[in-house]
Design a protein around this ligand. Structure first.
Ligand SMILES: [Zn+2]
Length: 894
């Protein structure tokens, strides 16, 4: 999986594990197409290996149930009396095993619900050899995205409709077919589905045949898949349309609910554009005959898309461009999500991690590749800065003692689900960006090509990738890669006084570890990394050194302004001396935008953690030039919003912050204009929406007044606000809503037809700062009105301004809330609601929740949220004091 969902405001997924994978010799078991590594964790005895599944399903969408039959060709590799497969929520009525050329044996069925397995015992010992296991079973259609699930929506004729989809990663194929449901058990799949004659059915492969069954049903059979992991199998059916194009000799398509083809054109064009680029990059053409991207009406708080081989699934808001509601940011996200999922067709689907320990190989790589692809096709979108923003997201998690290494030890299904976090995705991609810069782009790509060639249709571990890249010529990469993927945390490069020696700047550096919540311990016994450190001092691209241990002397040509990590490819923080920091601040307006972004982010994090005065970061914030790159300006405005929230309870300070932000960014917004203009660059459009949202969040008077005017206009004319700015302006209205305007929004939500509009409006209702309205949003969320896939996200958006109220509400309404939460994300859901709060009274509440509802091994998201809240509560007085002092010394109207 998956690409995570970008909600109206980003709420990070958490999920934390510690320790690292022990390496041991590979004891390989032959499977014909692959090997099973006997040292991998498993819930299944290594006695049999499947090679082919023939699956037949008959969904009964009306009663949320399905019937299934599976015929599994397998090889018994060790004599045994029983076969064990993964099963969850399936009821198996019959099990028959037929040895090749022999007589069928009836099996006795036993289900172990806790371990999600079924075992079939046979009357005699099964000798090694080939068999066919035939099973008859039935299962549930879920209403959240696990296994086979239903999405209800209003169709183009205004009628209620239901479509079915599957979501199997990490471990939910077992809810659809009894299976060896672990990534190393690759097999071929044949799928037949009995669906209504009028509906479309979609799977990984093209349709092989369709037979009218005469009773309003047809049996659709799909072509056999290549060998692949069970979590990549896909099936969907409903009242769909499909649009297609040919790209690089393959058919690419988008499948969506009937009547929405126009909204899918943008995604289809992007798909056709990206495919040949990937064929070339990976050095192997996309291996399946077609590639669909299937739109699901609705959403999940936990993911927005899934890389089923040949049939990507994406929730509508991240696939369909809807002129009524989609913003420039949505448009760019559609491209980015598609690029991410398509990268998985190679990295993940063709070559798959052997076990969830190495999930980052899939997700870090796909995230990095999406950014690279975006920069290639859309160099004017600021992707280089997005890469740094993602790094900062990862560091936000990695700075706590509850973090985990990129390569981690996963034992349970729940831990596999928790592994989809910011470390896996964003630290993963940041490390890859650093290593690509270290190896050089050509050597890196050559290494990737040989990795693809060597491991196609097979499974790998992280060390296989490093070996391939080093083999392509990246000397020394292995040491850097190993240190950054097997150790948790962030290196801290602390500089001493620099000197000018023969035209070079020479600076001693202490190399330790950056930490938020264990600064003293990290300083006393820091981890050590091989760190590639680039330095410039005013001339050229500077120098690159790989440090090791805890001390280094850095040197850069020139004696100008010293900048460590220019271009920001390095994954570490830099603490300058006061003199160096002051010189850098004075030079700040002239730095490259990506360096402005990186230096400011570093400064904010170092000040927050107490490594330097808060004033030093605020001085940088105030140094952002009036005409800064849009992404830097956006970061500036967002930072003022974060400071505003930090000063909750101090209206005088909040008012001073509002004045600062207004002085810095209202003129910029006026210059951009409050409505879209012909000739807007993509970044103009992005910045306009972002400044409206951020200044509105601060209660900036001009923006709030315009929001109120637009609300009046909207009641007369629903098109009074252009679609691309609708979410931004309605967000301003929602945040500052009174009972009246909240009700207007509520009516818009209830009347909205498209699922994207609906979910946007309902989420906005949760953003009201007013306590009574926030509480009303929570009550509404658990009513039948918004619809099952919207409720969990509405609760999450309410937590943004009201974490304590939201947590109390959720804990006192668990039976109502739990059914809205995907099984794959349930342990992190409660943690997410509160992890940005500084209210220490929340800690015992979430710990009590965990004690009652989450197994001890699976509590890391809660542990992380507790660590984060405690750190925020402990540090708030210092930070607030220093912010107030800075604001006094820098009056906005001076
Ligand atoms: Zn992914």
């Amino acid at each position: 999986m998956k690409i995570r969902l970008f909600l109206l405001s980003a709420v990070a997924l958490t999920g934390l594990l510690s320790g690292c994978r022990s390496t041991s010799g590979q004891q390989a078991i032959e499977t014909g197409t692959d090997t099973i590594d006997a040292t991998l964790p498993t819930q299944l005895p290594r006695t049999a290996i499947p090679s082919h599944y023939a699956v037949e399903v008959t969904p009964h969408a009306d009663r949320l149930a399905f019937d299934g039959k599976a015929a599994i060709d397998l090889k018994v590799i060790k004599a045994t009396r029983e076969l064990v497969v993964n099963v969850a929520d399936l009821s198996i009525t019959q099990a028959t095993l037929t040895p090749k050329g022999g007589q069928p044996l009836a099996g006795t069925i036993a289900i172990d619900a806790d371990n999600q397995t079924a075992s079939f015992a046979f009357p005699r010992e099964l000798a090694p050899g080939e068999y066919r296991l035939e099973l008859t079973y039935s299962g549930k259609i879920n209403t959240v995205a696990n296994g086979l699930f239903a999405l209800d929506y209003t169709n183009v004729d205004g009628q209620p409709a239901r479509a079915l989809f599957t979501q199997f990663e990490a471990s939910d194929a077992r809810r659809f077919v009894p299976s060896w449901d672990e990534p190393d058990y690759k097999a071929r799949f044949d799928l037949t589905a009995r669906v209504p004659q009028k509906d479309m059915a979609v799977s990984n492969m093209p349709e092989a045949s369709s037979k009218d069954l005469g009773n309003g049903l047809k049996a659709v059979t799909f072509q056999t898949t290549p060998v692949m992991s069970s979590y990549l199998l896909f099936f969907a059916t409903g009242d769909f349309d499909r649009i297609t194009k040919t790209a690089a000799g393959r058919e690419v398509g988008v499948v969506m609910s009937r009547g929405n083809g126009d909204k899918a054109r943008y995604a289809l064009d992007a798909e056709a554009q990206i495919l040949p680029y990937y064929n070339d990059y990976f050095g192997r053409p996309y291996p399946l005959p077609k590639l669909d991207n299937v739109a699901g009406p609705g959403q999940s708080v936990f993911f927005s898309a899934m890389e089923n081989w040949g049939a990507i699934f994406t929730f509508e808001r991240r696939l369909l461009l809807d002129p009524a509601i989609s913003s420039e940011a949505d448009k760019q996200a559609i491209f980015g999500v598609e690029a991410h999922e398509m990268a998985h067709m190679w990295f993940g689907d063709l070559v798959t991690m052997a076990w969830w320990d190495d999930l980052w190989l899939n997700e870090g790589f796909a995230s990095w590749m999406a950014n690279k692809t975006t920069q290639h096709f859309h160099p004017d979108w600021g992707g280089d800065i997005d890469q740094i923003a993602d790094r900062e997201g990862a560091m936000g998690l990695d700075a706590f003692s509850t973090t985990h290494p990129v390569v981690q030890h996963v034992r349970t299904v729940e831990q596999a689900n928790q592994a989809f976090d910011d470390i896996t995705y964003d630290k993963g991609q940041s490390i890859i960006a650093m290593l690509e810069a270290f190896a050089g782009a050509d050597v890196w790509r050559q290494g990737i090509r040989s990795y693809m060639a060597k491991f196609a249709y097979r499974n790998t571990r992280t060390s296989d990738l490093w070996a391939a890249i080093e083999g392509a010529g990246a000397k020394g990469l292995n040491e850097v890669a190993r240190d950054f993927t097997t150790q948790p945390g962030i290196p801290l490069v602390q500089l001493g006084n620099s000197r000018c020696v023969n035209g070079n700047t020479v600076v001693p550096a202490t190399l330790s570890q950056f930490s938020n919540d264990r600064r003293q311990q990290a300083a006393a016994s820091p981890l050590a990394w091989h760190i590639p450190i680039r330095a410039t001092a005013g001339t050229g691209s500077g120098s690159l050194q790989v440090t090791q241990g805890h001390n280094a002397t850095l040197s850069a040509p020139g004696c100008g302004i010293l900048l460590i990590n220019p271009g920001q490819a390095g994954y570490f923080r830099v603490l300058y001396t006061p003199q160096q920091a002051d010189a850098l601040r004075q030079a700040f307006p002239k730095l490259q935008p990506v360096d402005q972004y990186g230096v400011l982010s570093d400064g904010l994090a170092l000040s927050d953690a107490g490594y330097q005065p808060v004033a030093r970061a605020l001085d940088l914030l105030a140094s952002i030039p009036a005409d800064a790159h849009a992404k830097v300006a956006q970061k500036g405005a967002e930072t003022w919003v974060a400071l505003f929230r930090q000063m909750d309870g101090n209206p005088a300070a909040q008012s001073a912050i509002r004045d600062q932000a207004s002085r810095a960014y209202w003129p910029r917004l006026q210059k951009l204009g409050l409505t879209p203009r012909d000739g807007d660059s993509p970044l103009d459009a992005l910045l306009r929406a972002s400044l409206i949202a951020n200044l509105g969040e601060l209660g900036e008077p001009h923006v709030v007044a315009e929001g109120q005017r637009l609300l009046g206009a909207l009641q007369r004319d629903p098109k009074a606000v252009p679609g691309s700015l609708k979410a931004a302006w309605l967000g301003v209205i929602a945040g500052n809503a009174d009972a009246n305007s909240w009700e207007v929004l509520h009516r818009m939500a209830a009347a909205a037809r498209s699922s994207t509009e609906r979910s946007t409006y309902y989420h906005l209702l949760g953003l009201a700062k007013n306590d009574t309205l926030a509480r009303r949003a929570l009550d509404l969320a658990i009513s039948k009105e918004p619809g099952a896939t919207i409720s969990a996200g509405m609760i999450t958006s309410t937590a943004e301004n009201h974490p304590t109220m939201t947590l109390d509400f959720v804990l006192s309404h668990l039976p109502q809330v739990t059914p809205f939460v995907d099984l794959s994300g349930s342990s992190g859901y409660v943690a997410e609601l509160v992890e940005d709060s500084a209210d220490a009274t929340l800690i015992p509440k979430i710990q009590a929740y965990a004690a009652a509802h989450i197994k001890p091994d699976d509590r890391r998201p809660i542990d992380h949220a507790a660590a984060r809240i405690k750190w925020k509560a402990d540090n708030a007085p210092r930070i607030q004091r220093e912010i107030v002092a800075w604001l006094k010394a820098h009056p906005a109207n001076a």
